[in-house]
Design a protein around this ligand. Structure first.
Ligand code: NAP
Length: 315
């Protein structure tokens, strides 16, 4: 691209992505250094034609309204729950995301969380490092192979999780908005029924008004004291306070959590529980995938400003 355009980053992008954006001749601005309503923001707002956001630092209606020449939002995430899509549609602003390139990594992490929770990988690691092994054996874990796995949201990531769990000899059932044709997996149209009929429930749906807090006390109780809940979707899928009390009271067998309602804050009650494994929202965070996501962000921006079809349009 030859014309220099202003691009606003809502979060500190990687050095690699920053360099690619500079190579594309964008003039980069940082939202955290030019906060909305500040004098600096007013000075740059007319020059901003594009935004790069991510899963945690999205783009709300106020930000969109403050940028009269905004044309495109390219989010470094597949989830678009942090972007006001209604406002974007009203203004004719394009939105792109980064599907597919991250699917395998997120599915891998979901299985890692299942295994780490059932086989007590983190507890065992601490057990060896602390020298406790010299005085006793680690208590028994729980088998994964052959268990029944329920997947909430059989989309790209959910399907990749299902494939992996099948390789462990697990039976698969799922709940999505629609029953998928040509699949042998059992379909439930209610998540409570899915939970009641599976030993491990994995949440991999997108976050929207219907799926916000879809995992509540009723679903958790249906999963029961031997059940395991894994969340690699979004924290707001779960009523976190109800999850915490179920774990503290022993009404749920364990949890593997990559995402939380108020990241980076995590309920401290969870820190004491050794049947809970936690990660810091890193489902797609591998060197290879982060580069592929960055490339996709840049290729979408490039296509837009060259007036070519977008690679992965949301709207
Ligand atoms: P996708 O292919 O669009 O799949 C989304 C799934 O959610 C679909 O199966 C959809 O059902 C289901 N869904 C939507 N609304 C639902 C509802 N009301 N009830 C039941 N199911 C519903 O997206 P994806 O690429 O698999 O990504 C899924 C999500 O994973 C993202 O939106 C993001 O939030 C999360 N994610 C997390 C990380 C991480 O780092 N932890 C990384 C990447 C993505 P239908 O098939 O019936 O439409």
């Amino acid at each position: 691209m030859n014309n220099t355009k202003g691009l606003l980053m809502t979060y500190p992008v990687s050095t690699y992505l920053k360099q690619q954006l500079i190579n594309q001749q964008f003039t980069l601005y940082q939202l955290w250094e030019n906060p909305i309503n500040s004098q600096q923001f007013k000075q740059i707002s007319n020059s901003i034609h594009a935004i790069v956001g991510n899963a945690s630092h999205g783009v709300n209606a106020d930000l969109i309204e403050s940028l009269p020449n905004l044309e495109i939002i390219a989010t470094y995430s597949v989830g678009v729950d942090q972007i006001d899509l209604i406002k974007c549609k009203e203004r004719g602003i394009k939105v792109t995301n980064t599907p597919d390139v991250l699917t395998n990594d997120v599915a891998d992490l979901a299985i890692a969380l299942v295994l780490a929770t059932l086989r007590r990988v983190c507890v065992g690691d601490g057990f060896v490092r602390s020298g406790a092994w010299k005085s006793c054996d680690l208590s028994l874990g729980t088998k994964f192979s052959g268990k029944s796995v329920g997947i909430l949201g059989l989309g790209r990531i959910g399907s990749a999780i299902a494939k992996r769990a099948e390789a462990f000899g697990c039976s698969i059932s799922y709940c999505s908005r629609s029953k998928k044709p040509d699949l042998n997996y059992k379909y439930y149209d209610k998540v409570t029924d899915l939970a009641a009929n599976t030993e491990i429930l994995i949440v991999s749906c997108s976050l929207n008004e219907e799926t916000r807090h879809i995992i509540n006390r009723e679903v958790i109780d249906a999963l029961g004291p031997k059940g395991i809940l894994v969340n690699i979707g979004r924290g707001a899928h779960i009523v976190e306070s109800q999850l915490v009390s179920a774990l503290v009271e022993g009404r749920l067998g364990g949890a593997g959590l990559d995402v939380f309602e108020n990241e980076p804050s995590v309920p401290e009650e969870l820190f004491k529980l050794d049947n809970v494994v936690m990660m810091s929202h890193v489902g797609s965070d591998t060197v290879e995938t982060c580069q592929a996501m960055a490339d996709l962000v840049v290729r979408n921006l490039e296509a837009h400003f060259l007036k070519e079809p977008l690679l992965t349009p949301v709207i």
